[in-house]
Design a protein around this ligand. Structure first.
Ligand code: AMP
Ligand code: FES
Ligand code: ZN
Ligand code: ZN
Length: 315
């Protein structure tokens, strides 16, 4: 196996591009793919201040590293979700990355700053944990970007994530969610711009990027996400991809080219949002869903994550 560019021994094969690369040309390929996504979807301009939401996992650390390599200015934001040892370790990876490179990392701790954590919110609302988790993360990303005057929030969503979410939304024709699946959501209605520069790279590629760049990351998956629908959709798409390389890419990028404009983004396109009376962030009712979550969990006794994962494994 030889590198497509220099014919030296290759370290990775990328079947959907029918290409193999050596270390240096693979790293260049990753940078090129990210720059191409940024340009194509107008994610960021030179000189803008970006805020990268870092979970301590491979994708968000890779995107932070790639943006800096490409010359962008980017700080990090880590949210302590209170998911037991998983969150403790994730925070350590995010902190270590920032410290080694002398980068600015903003930290928000859900439990000490807002009085709840994800396992407790999940038990109180009786919804899947990812729903309270997603809602809280979005709220805190947006708030931190507004407070710090950042031009855009960056997340580490990759091609596998976006194709799996699209697959789930199409299976149920969730048209309200389809409208939010662009890799760039423009700033509007008090929401900051949101961008996903890794949409042209797969999970396998971001993991390889981290290993080749010597970036240590949290390898464990969130214990609360184990067995969820999103992971099953990823498995299903991987099976198709193994038979027909390139399917995942086409599924997502043809949707962007041919269909996404048919759907509205309720957060950005609607004109009915008003500031939440408690926290001021854009809301469809008087009080935003994050402030309602604070209220609902206020009197709850903290629920340890093991309680929820044990219950799930018994099912
Ligand atoms: P997930 O929803 O866990 O798949 O994560 C998607 C993206 O959200 C990651 O790539 C990060 O950019 C961001 N993210 C996830 N967890 C956190 C966290 N605890 N703090 C900050 N950002 C996060
Ligand atoms: Fe959100 Fe696991 S990271 S539920
Ligand atoms: Zn090479
Ligand atoms: Zn609010």
């Amino acid at each position: 196996m030889k590198c497509r560019v220099c014919r030296e021994p290759a370290v990775i094969d990328i079947r959907r591009h029918n290409a193999n690369f050596c270390r240096d040309h693979f790293l260049r390929y990753c940078r090129d793919q990210v720059q191409r996504a940024i340009d194509e979807f107008e994610m960021a301009a030179p000189g803008e201040q970006l805020l990268v939401a870092v979970s301590g996992g491979k994708d968000s650390l890779a995107v932070w590293d790639l943006l800096l390599e490409l010359g962008y200015q980017a700080d990090g934001l880590y949210i302590g979700l209170g998911i037991g040892g998983y969150s403790d370790v994730s925070g350590e990876y995010a902190r270590a990355f920032a410290e080694q490179r002398n980068l600015h990392l903003i930290e928000i701790d859900l439990r000490s700053e807002h009085g709840f954590d994800i396992p407790t919110a999940s038990a109180v609302t009786r919804r899947v944990p990812c729903s309270a988790c997603g809602l809280s993360k979005r709220h805190l990303f947006d708030g931190a970007a507004r407070a710090g005057g950042y031009d855009a929030v960056v997340t580490g969503h990759n091609l596998d994530d976006e194709a799996a979410v699209l697959y789930g939304n199409v299976l149920r024709w969730q048209t309200d969610y389809l409208g939010r699946q662009r890799p760039t959501l423009r700033a509007a209605n008090g929401f900051p711009r949101k961008v996903k520069p890794l949409v042209r790279l797969t999970e396998r590629e971001t993991a390889a990027y981290c290993i080749l760049r010597g970036i240590d990351y949290q390898v464990e998956e969130c214990p609360m996400a184990a067995g969820n629908k999103h992971l099953r959709y990823k498995d299903a798409l991987n099976e198709v991809e193994a038979q027909s390389p390139g399917t995942k890419h086409d599924f997502y990028f043809r949707f962007l080219r041919q269909a996404v404009d048919r759907f509205v983004d309720a957060d950005r396109d609607a004109s009915t949002l008003e500031p939440c009376v408690r926290c001021g962030s854009p809301a469809s009712g008087e009080v935003c869903s994050f402030c309602r979550l604070i209220e609902r969990t206020a009197d709850a006794r903290p629920v340890p994550v093991e309680f929820l994962t044990r219950r799930k494994s018994k099912k």
